[in-house]
Design a protein around this ligand. Structure first.
Ligand SMILES: Nc1ncnc2c1ncn2[C@@H]1O[C@H](COP(=O)(O)OP(=O)(O)O)[C@@H](O)[C@H]1O
Ligand SMILES: O=C(O)C1=C[C@@H](OP(=O)(O)O)[C@@H](O)[C@H](O)C1
Ligand SMILES: [Mg+2]
Length: 171
């Protein structure tokens, strides 16, 4: 049993996967992404799982993927944006070093608006993103050890800000 060095949460497109890989490089540790775990275990893209079986089925797979990764991985772990919707997952995150990467709506539309691979934002990205954040913001805040704003920052700058906020030194 081990625990991740850092867990990244935040809305889709905020840069969890991008910053997670950079953080792992800076800390000379491994990187893992629960979305990637689900895709490799299922042999299907996330969007396909949503279309074929619906969101509830995806959330059940996600819950188990997060539980397994939290127990196995000792490096940097990026979660999917909706993982924190599950109360058991939030309970597992208590006591972990959790970074909430945040952004405002305009930044969100820039990063995800045209990306059909994210089924939850496919139709009206600005409106859907606002509704999604109204439902989720308090959950991200609940699990967060620190909040790092990503607006107008490059992935490298976000990575540095996260290391500073956590008072972690590069390896
Ligand atoms: N700080 C940033 N500034 C600009 N674009 C970014 C930043 N971080 C990530 N991106 C871009 O936004 C998109 C989503 O990033 P990703 O890391 O997949 O986010 P997440 O895993 O949170 O959904 C990618 O195209 C990525 O290159
Ligand atoms: O926010 C969400 O509900 C989702 C976020 C996605 O991950 P990213 O946050 O890495 O884009 C992926 O898990 C799925 O499309 C659902
Ligand atoms: Mg991701």
């Amino acid at each position: 049993m081990s625990a991740p060095l850092i867990v990244l949460v935040g809305p889709m497109g905020v840069g969890k996967s991008t910053v997670g890989q950079l953080l792992a490089e800076r800390l000379a540790t491994g990187y893992r992404d629960t979305d990637a775990d689900i895709v490799s275990a299922q042999g299907r893209a996330i969007a396909e799982i949503f279309v074929d079986e619906g969101e509830a089925a995806f959330r059940a797979l996600e819950k188990e993927a997060v539980r397994t990764a939290l127990a196995e991985h000792d490096g940097v772990l990026a979660l999917g944006g909706g993982a924190i919707l599950d109360a058991d997952t939030r309970a597992l995150l208590a006591g972990q070093r959790v970074v909430y990467l945040s952004m405002d709506v305009e930044e969100a539309v820039k990063r995800t608006g045209l990306n059909a691979a994210r089924p939850l934002l496919a139709v009206n990205p600005r409106k859907q993103w606002r509704e999604l954040m109204e439902a989720r913001r308090h959950l991200y805040e609940e699990v967060a050890t620190v909040v790092v704003a990503t607006d107008g920052r490059t992935p490298e700058e976000v990575t540095r800000a996260a290391l500073d906020a956590l008072e972690l030194k590069e390896a």
